[in-house]
Write a protein that binds this ligand. Structure first.
Ligand code: DGL
Length: 270
């Protein structure tokens, strides 16, 4: 199947949904490692191994290009995969860079030296493993100077969203925003650095206040994927139909995914 979209669970569906809106004819192989979610509390070695296994499964389904629509995997595993593991004729891309390019007002793929940008105080909300990796700060430092980043690990939020517990998710967002604001009272921008969090975007915006620009990834990743495929049409891979695979119980994941996206999405066993 054509382009692979990977997440530890349902969060990457926020990226898939936008891709399906922007490129309705693009066949996708979505892989949810539901049996092992959440990744955000795992070690980097564990995340690396699980992400390689899932990516291999998508290569086996005919994908040439896999998007890690999972910040935790992008942060903890992507560089190591690109350096040691990805076969020469395949590509694995993450979700950090498109967002940082938007934040630093760059065009896709602009690798010119770091420069001063308008935004100076940035709040990052992400899983504990993403925060611990400091991958966001590293990628930002390649592109911008003088930006102060305060990162808030949002423990529990992915589990609440995977379980469909919106009340708990809302309470957690408000308490994580409060915790961050005690350390950085006036962020100018906030990054939702986990593909599950766009589901709570309104609550994040409300808790942060209307003056804070909230960046979420789905539209940025989809736009940069469209641009990449124009430049690399050979990366489209085989297949015409979309498929949704899970390592979990397909019936249960189908129900949750349908609730998550508010339209029918049918998963089969990976
Ligand atoms: N949605 C993922 C992310 O973007 C994974 C979260 C998790 O499994 O903890 O980080």
């Amino acid at each position: 199947m054509a382009v692979g979209i990977f997440d530890s669970g349902l969060g990457g569906l926020t990226v898939y949904d936008q891709v399906a809106k922007d490129m309705a004819d693009l066949p996708v192989c979505y892989f949810a490692d539901s049996a092992n979610t959440p990744y955000g509390v795992r070690t980097a070695d564990d995340i690396y191994k699980l992400t390689c296994d899932a990516t291999q499964a998508m290569f086996d389904h005919g994908c040439n290009l896999v998007i890690l629509a999972c910040n935790t995997a992008s942060a903890a595993a992507l560089r190591r995969m690109q350096e040691n593991w990805v076969p020469r004729d395949k590509r694995v891309l993450g979700v950090f860079v498109p967002m940082i390019e938007a934040l630093t007002e760059r065009n896709w793929g602009d690798n010119s030296p770091p420069r001063e940008v308008d935004v100076k105080h940035v709040a990052l909300f992400a899983t504990p493993a993403t925060v611990a990796s400091r991958a966001f700060q590293r990628e930002l430092a390649f592109r911008a100077i003088g930006v102060d980043v305060e990162a808030q690990p949002c423990g529990g939020l992915v589990d609440a969203l995977e379980d469909g517990d919106e009340m708990l998710a809302e309470a957690l967002v408000r308490s994580h925003v409060d915790a961050l604001k005690r350390r950085m009272p006036h962020p100018q921008a906030a990054i939702l650095g986990c593909t599950h969090y766009p589901l709570m975007q309104k609550t994040f915006q409300d808790a942060l206040g209307k003056d804070v620009k909230v960046y979420s990834q789905a539209n940025l990743v989809s736009a940069s994927l469209g641009d990449y495929l124009k430049r690399h049409p050979d990366m489209l891979g085989e297949g015409k139909d979309s498929v949704f695979l899970t390592t979990g119980d397909p019936r249960q994941v189908t129900d949750r995914a349908t609730q998550f996206l508010r339209r029918k999405i049918t998963f089969t066993a990976a």
